[in-house]
Write a protein that binds this ligand. Sequence first.
Ligand code: FEO
Length: 169
Amino acid sequence: MLEPKLQESLDRQINAELYSSYLYLSMAAHLEAENFRGMAQWMRAQSGEETAHAMKIYDYVLERNGRVTLARIDGPKTKWASPLELFEDAYAHEQKVTAMINNLMDLAVEEKDHASHDFLEWFVTEQVEEESNASAIVEQLKLVGDSGVGLYMIDQQLGQRTPSTSAAE
Ligand code: FEO
């Protein structure tokens, strides 16, 4: 069984991952509207990954004979001034998610819940990748500035990302 405090925090993490999915889908919709199709595809794939993250935690809670309690998902921002502002928001959001995962890990250690510690290690590693990906795109966008050719090339490059097929990548 899961300790109540850990159970609550895992529920909150499910909500945060679903919010991430909703936020990135909102970013994808904005990018589509601005004709950045490749960036939109990248964000749409990211949105799918976030849903998979939420389900990975959902399944873990069930495996531990816990009870998932879902809460309301906040509405995301819907417009951004530029692709740079949008990806800066995505990077800042990933940093917040990392802090939440670290807090969850601290709690698992505090509660001496070795199974949760083991489970959360996957998310710790994943967050390194998530932050690194978002930060790299921010840096590329800073580099090209307002250059139409530069933005076009980044859009083409990000459009090569395909949706992941595994349960949670
Ligand atoms: Fe599931 Fe991007 O954190």
